[in-house]
Design a protein around this ligand. Sequence first.
Ligand code: SIN
Length: 332
Amino acid sequence: MNVKSPMAVAKVVVLGTGGTIAGTGTDQKALTYQAAQLGVDEVVEQVTSAAADLAGIPVESLQVAQIDSKDMDWSVWQDLARALQAELAREEVGAIVITHGTDTLEETAFLLDRLLDVSKPIVLTAAMRPATSDEADGPRNLHDALRVAHAAARQGQAGVVVVMAGKVWPGRSVRKVQSCQIDAFDGGGCAPLGLITDSGAITDTKDWPTPGGGGWACLMADQPPRVEIVTSHAGADGWVVDALLAQPLAGELKGLVVAGTGHGTIHRGLVRALLAAEERGVRIWRSTRVAYGGVDFREGDRWPAAGTLTPAQVRVALMLDLMGIPSAGIRA
Ligand code: SIN
């Protein structure tokens, strides 16, 4: 278990970035709504004012962004990095909770896990239903996240985790696997680190992840190296890659992640185009479009295999690798 010296005072700071957890709509069944409408202060207040068991936990909130996470980009990650740096440096802060949209949560969680060498817990949470829905899941998720963050700080646990639908997932392997249902995340084959029962008990089933290797400063680069994702599929003749290489700023393309078929196999038409891209200095990594099982490197494979990471996480990993920060789990 990753135990550092326990915090006597564990103030929890909630950093708001938007998402459905801050979403509102007129439709109680939540078929139509706008993400990122309520300020994080209001989202937090709704939960802390209603929960007696949170009374002993000092909570602060700070709005870092207010976006639908489909629009996540480098500049928001930079803002989040600056806020995290400032809050983690405060001695009285024991833990951070980040409210986020579900759609790109796996990318932010992976990025933070990879870059943060922290001695405090960072807990991301989100919701599948807006705050105005009959079925709003945000309040329970935020409540659980605050309790997990507080308990982890008291126990001296550090690292990046995600709390959703009563489960605690490691930040490095969590992914969205359901586009509609409330229990929308899993660990890509790993079991949850812990469960939070309806009565609020946290069952610690596994060790927390060891914090990542650092490299935080790379987030201050103006732009990351350009890495795009291409999918292999029936009829994938490489036209997309040819088009990327033909356009005037082709030199900016530094990496391609292939979401391959099955165990990372690639249509021969796409292979032809990827070889041409490689000739031009573009790095190629393979992942799979299949939900479980991942891609291992095998004798004779030309391009590295990205294990069980999702294609979107592999894109982040390749950007970081191009900035000199290698990722565990990439096999070549
Ligand atoms: C978003 O990702 O911001 C919108 C969708 C969601 O949070 O579930």
